[in-house]
Design a protein around this ligand. Structure first.
Ligand code: SF4
Length: 377
């Protein structure tokens, strides 16, 4: 029996695969086989042919950043004439537009801006919750939280507690990249270690928030480092349960390849088949994470659709304004109606969910969104 078959058999028997098993899969080209196994494992967890999506919006509230990641085409250094911080009213207006189309999630994410005091975040969260109590703030990645911790002089737990009290509900997994310090030192030396990222997630869980995890591959990392990334996420998720944190931990895992255009890091663009292989392996390895999200913002809707047969059960968010990714040369934009169309074309039933993955509305055949975002270029 081939090594790959042995590992897939093990996974299909419901046994956990090891770091070494994961490397066997990563080094194999048997994408179809892995896809079939991942699809089977996904169907056991999600037997209904439903693919969820969220109606939400990204708000890149500032592009000023002093982390200077080599792969980032979005940031401007402090003092740059092209740096911005969105006025509060503009942020509130964008949220109003989201609410107007039935959206419920805001992903505020920006550069790590050293000029914004901790009070800025508390104030904007309070203003948002005051005006839009039904909105879920799924905002600020670990690097931003770590900067807030430094600026506030508080501990990590205190920082997150204050943010939670002001209205922060959930943390996105941005900045996970590869959770191993050899790669992190090469691509984003100032962004903190992988343990800083993970400690932030655990502190969020301790304070009652749920989070997601991401993985960006294609920085020249080894297969062992990719496998380690997944193992570390899986172990942290186990810990969340074992220690009884008041949170379900990571609710979803999202992976995409590094986008090299307009960045200082020269790498070949990764192939779509590699993406399908990665999402399949994510599903097989991460047996304690319920949802795998398609990354149509980077891969385009066609590959997004295909990923729904490779272990993926969620089509992500409408996420208008994905400036960080689009600044690096990726400009796919879809609105609600297109998401419904793509999910149906893949033979599945679309359902709107909230940030906690509760289903809010199933779109039965022939049903459409009453209101929609206007497409932007
Ligand atoms: S990826 Fe984020 S942290 Fe890194 S330079 Fe860009 S905005 Fe800053």
């Amino acid at each position: 029996m081939q090594q790959v078959d042995r590992v897939l058999d093990k996974a299909l028997q419901g046994e956990r695969i090891s770091l070494e098993d994961c490397i066997v899969l990563l080094e194999s080209d048997e994408i179809e086989k892995m896809g079939r196994a991942a699809d089977e494992i996904m169907r056991r967890r999600h037997p209904e042919p439903i693919v969820t999506f969220n109606i939400g919006r990204n708000i890149n509230y500032t592009n000023v950043c002093d982390v200077y990641c080599r792969f980032c085409a979005f940031y401007r250094p402090p003092g740059s004439k092209e740096g911005y911080v969105l006025p509060d009213e503009t942020i509130l207006q964008k949220i109003q537009e989201t609410v107007d189309v039935g959206g419920d999630e805001i992903l505020m994410q920006g550069g790590v801006n050293p000029d914004l005091p901790f009070e800025y975040y508390l104030n904007i969260l309070r203003k948002i919750k005051d005006r839009f109590p039904g909105i879920t703030m799924h905002s600020f990645s670990p690097a931003e939280i770590q900067k807030m911790k430094v600026l506030s002089g508080l501990s990590l737990d205190e920082t997150l507690r204050e943010l939670h009290e002001a209205g922060l509900d959930s943390l996105p997994g941005g900045g996970g990249e590869i959770l191993d310090d050899r790669t992190r030192r090469k691509i984003s030396r100032l962004k903190g270690s992988w343990t800083d990222w993970m400690d932030t997630m655990k502190a969020a869980w301790r304070n009652g928030m749920n989070t997601t995890a991401t993985m960006v591959y294609g920085f020249g990392e080894s297969m062992e480092e990719r496998a380690l990334h997944m193992l570390r996420v899986r172990e942290a998720q186990d810990e969340c349960k074992e220690l009884g944190y008041p949170s379900p931990g990571f609710l979803a895992f999202i992976t995409w390849p590094f986008q090299p255009d307009n960045t200082n890091l020269k790498r070949e663009k990764s192939k779509p088949e590699e993406y399908l292989k990665m999402v399949a392996i994510n599903r097989i390895m991460l047996d304690n994470i319920p949802n795998m999200q398609a990354s149509w913002v980077t891969m385009g809707p066609e590959i997004g659709k295909q990923s729904l047969s490779y272990g993926v059960n969620d089509f992500g968010s409408t996420m208008l304004e994905e400036n960080v990714v689009s600044a690096a040369g990726t400009t796919h934009k879809v609105n609600i109606e297109l998401i419904l169309q793509y999910i149906r074309e893949a033979g599945k039933i679309p359902a709107q969910r909230n940030t906690r993955y509760d289903i809010l509305r199933v779109f039965h055949e022939g049903e459409h969104a009453e209101r929609d975002f206007v497409m932007q270029n």
